[in-house]
Every structure is written in C-alpha cells, then in structure tokens.
Ligand binder design. Sequence first.
Ligand code: PLP
Length: 419
Amino acid sequence: MTDVAQSPTALGQVQESYDAFKARGLKLNLTRGKPSASQCDLSTALLSLPGANDFMAEGATDCRNYGGAQGLIEVRRIFSGIMGAPADQIVVANNSSLALMHDTVVFALMKGTCDSTAPWSQPGQQDGIAFLCPVPGYDRHFSICQEHGIRMIQVPLRDDGPDMDVVEKLVAQDASIKGMWCVPKYSNPTGSVYSDAVVARLAAMKTAAPDFRLFWDNAYAVHHLTSERVEIANILELCAKEGHGNRPFIFASTSKITLPGAGLAMFAGSKENVKWMLARLAPRTIGPDKINQLRHARFLKDEAGVTALMDKHRELVAPKFEKVLEVFGARLSGISGVSWTRPKGGYFISLEVPKGMARRVVALAKEAGIELTPAGATHPYEKDPEDRTIRIAPTFPELPDVAQAAEGVALSVLLAVSR
Ligand SMILES: Cc1ncc(COP(=O)(O)O)c(C=O)c1O
C-alpha cells in the first residue's frame, strides 16, 4: 500500500506537482455527461431529413399533421429489440426521457397507476410515498422525487445491481414504497450492470404496495465502451412470468444515440401500462413531433443502423475513458481507500476516495482549474453520508483536455489524502 501521508518527501512532491498544475491556469470541465461536438457530428445528416416531399409515414400517416399519439410504427419497430418490448407496447414521445419520467411520476401522483386504488399523492400514509434509490445514482432522478415531495430511501448499488436483500425486505414491509429508480445497464455513475439474478429478483419480489413500479431507465442500453455488447435480462418478460406484468415502466431515448437536443424519448410496458400512458397523454397533446420521428426512421433505418452508429460513438468515447483509467492507474493505484470503476459502457466513471474527502478533492480540483460534479450529487438530497463518491464524466471535452483533467483530479486526490 502506498501511504503518501507518512512520507514528508512524498507529500512535498505531491504539493509541488499540484502547485505546478495549478500554475498552468487551465480551465477544464469533467461535469458534463453529454456527447462531444464530434459525437453530435455523427448525426448531422438528420438535419436535412426527411426530404422536402417526404412526410408520409406508414399507415398513410401525414407526419405534418396532428395525431399519432403512440408514435410512428417505423420508430417503434427499430427500437423494439432495444426496449425489450413488442412495437405495440412502445410509446414514442418528443425529446428527453427525463421529461417522460417526470411526467410519469406526476401522472401517478395525480391519478394513480392502472393498479392503484387512489392517486399516489393520497396514499393514506402520513409521510406520503417513497421511492427506493440505489446509490450512487443519477442526480436528476433524485431531483424529480425532491421536487414532488417523494421520500427517498437509499439502497446500496453494487457491481451487479442493487443489494436485493435490502430491497426485498423494504418493499415487502412498507406499502408507502411505490417506486424504485433503476438504471439497469451501465448505471450512472458506477457503470454497474444488473445481473440476471438481480433482474429476476426484482421481477419476482413481493411488494406491500400492489401498484409498485420499477422506473426502468435503460438510458445506456446500446452505449457500449468495449467490443462486448453487454445484454441484460428482459424485465418486461420476467415480470409478466411472475404475475407482475404491470411492474416495469421502461424508458430510453436517442439523446446519446443521435442528438440530445433533438432526439426521441420512449416508454414501454405492459399493454395495460401503455393504455394508461396513452390515456394520460391524450389531454396533454394532440400528437408528438412525427417529423422528427420520421427523420430518425430514415436516418437509423433499423436496429443494425443503431448498432453501426453506436460503434462510431464508441470509437470517439472509449479512448477518453481509457485515458482517465490510465492516469488513475498510474497515479492512484494502491492508495488506501481510493478506487474507481471500469465501466464497460455508459457515460461515467465513479471515483471513490477515503471517507470524508470527496468535497475536499472537488474543492482542490476546482482550485486547480477543473470543474467536477459537486460531491454529494450522486446521492438523494445531495448528501453522500460518507462523502466518498465523485462522478467523472469524460465524454464532452476533447481527448487532450480529458488527459490533463484526469491528471489534475489524481493530484487533487493525492494531496487530499496526504495532508
Ligand atoms: C440515467 C440517465 N437517464 C436519463 C438521462 C437523460 O436522458 P434524456 O436526455 O433522454 O432526458 C441521463 C442523462 O445523463 C441519464 O444518465
């Protein structure tokens, strides 16, 4: 084990390297979990699609006009395999799956689900309803709960998914637990992939709330970083087999496939859930942006088209992850209490530092010119009880900047642990 703290020479060297880095006056940013401009360039062709006279979709659908609440069948077919649902059990909405997740939570709060006897906002419990939140997790999931007064109960997230002993116990005894956030593949920020055993237990578990829902946010379904295209078990089929067909609300989007600012969001579920969702959407819109859907159908063509495009993303993104891992490996290996994830996909690396040091590391990095996601953002109420987790987002800056930023983060960690 390297123990920087015990060697004054080592401490002096770390301080010197950190000061030298800081003196370079760099402005780097590792907070943004978004595609780089080069990644967006991969989909620039979308901007000239569909052609001026290309507006009729299958079923004599005039995409210029109102209607088509469920979305074009062309798009639903392309994403059927990725969503793990038949095309008739998918709804295609406008950009942002986050918006769709937010609205789904609000719909359930206002109206209840198709299995509810009352809206979730009137559960009969004094403290309102609660969601299980695997941690570390996605800050914007937590913001939805916070915004709408949903209590958040943390459950530990491991490499193979949430700690199911904890989850099963909680949902079995507490009827106020109505939902659970799940990012089953290449989770934000750890890169965890739910094992088949975990998915099977989520499908089978007994819940005290009859209208409990898994918010299955498969945001990184096709966002591989290695040649291994990791697959997960089919939650929709497993839940149906266990007699809990309505349990999963499945979400995904093309935000990080095509363009985040002009993508498509998708919802999938049982026939009953789709009917419920369409009923909720009916008073809200007379139809989604079908021109954008047609544009995507023309551009992606089929699932193989999505795969080919994601291979190009991988070529741009994987070297950035490799660079961060290389720098961390060289600088931080063997430091007690310091570890990091090696994701096979997704958009993040999760860096763990010794207890009580994450905020300090983020502050030191900031002083040295590197913006990091605030410590705590990976936990409900922005409070990481151990102050250990730092989310690293390497996709947006160009490779040389990623390399420098990783170097600066590593020096900040070394300095924090050596003082
Ligand atoms: C887990 C997860 N879900 C959803 C989103 C946002 O998706 P969208 O762009 O479709 O709203 C992100 C973006 O970082 C994410 O990490």
